[in-house]
Structures are given as structure tokens and as C-alpha cells.
Design a binder for this molecule. Structure first.
Ligand SMILES: [Zn+2]
Length: 222
């Protein structure tokens, strides 16, 4: 199964989705193949996963966690976006957040956690999407091996492509466990902040200021 998977789908960048979501048969095959590789890895690390009551099911557990959770966004379709007509021609900034961010660092395979704020400047004659969809979009792009700089861009480009607002801003503030649990052992208060701006939000400093001011209020309340 792993061979046919490999032939069907050439390897691609860690945070790129496959062209087509995995079928349930392919998903099962991927989990089985990954389980065997994790068994092999634990053998190399001299961990007894056959008899030890703690690690007996660990290879399968880790394989399922990666395929079904941590990397699920690569193997599934993006969330369907429900859009409503902008009936009252609302054309001011809408800001939503904090949205929980749970991702995995592509460099070290360690968790990244924090929150996102998204600012949308709707087009007066365009459409508005349901608020909960922003949370789902963040989840979808976070569920893969990521770096934070690309995560904000991917979320932003997807919202721009699917809903064409007049402007958009995506901000993520997150803790990287590859910095807190290894290497420099940084404090858990050490965060990384990345912002991405599109359309009018990239062009108009006043809008950018308004977005950042509202983010600060939302983050204080979190
Ligand atoms: Zn890292």
C-alpha cells in the first residue's frame, strides 16, 4: 500500500495539500505504513514497543495522530465556505479572534500553539462569510507541518481567493515548543508574532493601525 501511495502521489512540500484528499482506503494504508516505520524507529532507539505496557501501542497511536490530526489538513479538502450577501453594503473592518492555533513545527516536529486574529474589509457589493468559517480555515492550514511565516500567508491567500474582500489581515501570536522545550529553553511567555496584509489593508496605514489596535484589545481579553 505504501508503494502505490508513493507512486500515486509524489512527495511535496510539508505544508502543501495533496491534489486530491485521501480516500479512506488510502488513509488506512498510510496509517499502517507509518505504524511500521514508527516501530522501526523505536527499535533503533532501543525502546521495547512489543512488551512494554507503556509503548506497546505507541507506533499506531503516533501514526494515527499524524495522519488524522497533526497533518490532517494536507490530506483533506479545505472547509466549505458559506457566504452571505452583503445586503447592507457593510464596508468597515470586521475583526475576529482570538482563534486557537494548534500546529506543528516543520523543522523539529514540535507543537506550535497560540492564537490568530483576522481582519476583513468586505467589498460593499461582495459577500460575507460565516464567522465560524475563519476558525475552520485556521485549523485546516495549521494541521500540517508549518512555519508561522507561511501559515499566515496561506490562511490569508485562501480567504482572498475564495471570498475576494477589499482587504484582509491575518495575525498569529504563538509559542514554539522547539524553542521552549529544547535548544535555548526559552520561557513559555516567549512568543512569535507574524502579520500578513492583503489588498487595502496592505495599502492603507490607517486600516493597519485600526486592525492592530483591535487585536491588542482582543488579545488582552483572551
Ligand atoms: Zn522548530
Amino acid at each position: 500500500m505504501s508503494l502505490s501511495l508513493h507512486r500515486l502521489r509524489p512527495p511535496r512540500r510539508s505544508n502543501e495539500a495533496l491534489d486530491e484528499p485521501l480516500t479512506s482506503e488510502e488513509r488506512t494504508g498510510m496509517i499502517a505504513a507509518a505504524t511500521r516505520k514508527f516501530e522501526e524507529l523505536l527499535d533503533i532507539l532501543q525502546v521495547d514497543h512489543r512488551c512494554d505496557h507503556n509503548t506497546r501501542d505507541t507506533p499506531g497511536r503516533v501514526a494515527r495522530m499524524l495522519v488524522d490530526e497533526a497533518m490532517a489538513g494536507r490530506f483533506s479538502a479545505p472547509p466549505v465556505i458559506t457566504a452571505f450577501e452583503n445586503a447592507q453594503n457593510f464596508e468597515h473592518l470586521i475583526i475576529t479572534g482570538p482563534i486557537a492555533v494548534r500546529s506543528t513545527c516543520a523543522h523539529h516536529l514540535m507543537p506550535i500553539y497560540g492564537h490568530a486574529c483576522i481582519g476583513i474589509l468586505p467589498a460593499a457589493d461582495g459577500r460575507i462569510i460565516g464567522l465560524s468559517k475563519y476558525d475552520r480555515i485556521v485549523d485546516h492550514f495549521a494541521a500540517r507541518l508549518q512555519i508561522q511565516e507561511e501559515l499566515v500567508q496561506q490562511i490569508g491567500r485562501h480567504i482572498m481567493d475564495t471570498t475576494a474582500p477589499r482587504g484582509l489581515a491575518v495575525r498569529i501570536s504563538a509559542v514554539h515548543m522547539c524553542k521552549t522545550h529544547r535548544g535555548v529553553h526559552a520561557s513559555h511567555r516567549s512568543r512569535m508574532v507574524t502579520n500578513a496584509y492583503f489588498g487595502a489593508l496592505a495599502a492603507e496605514p490607517g486600516l493597519k493601525d485600526e486592525f492592530l489596535r483591535e487585536c491588542a484589545t482582543l488579545e488582552r481579553a483572551a
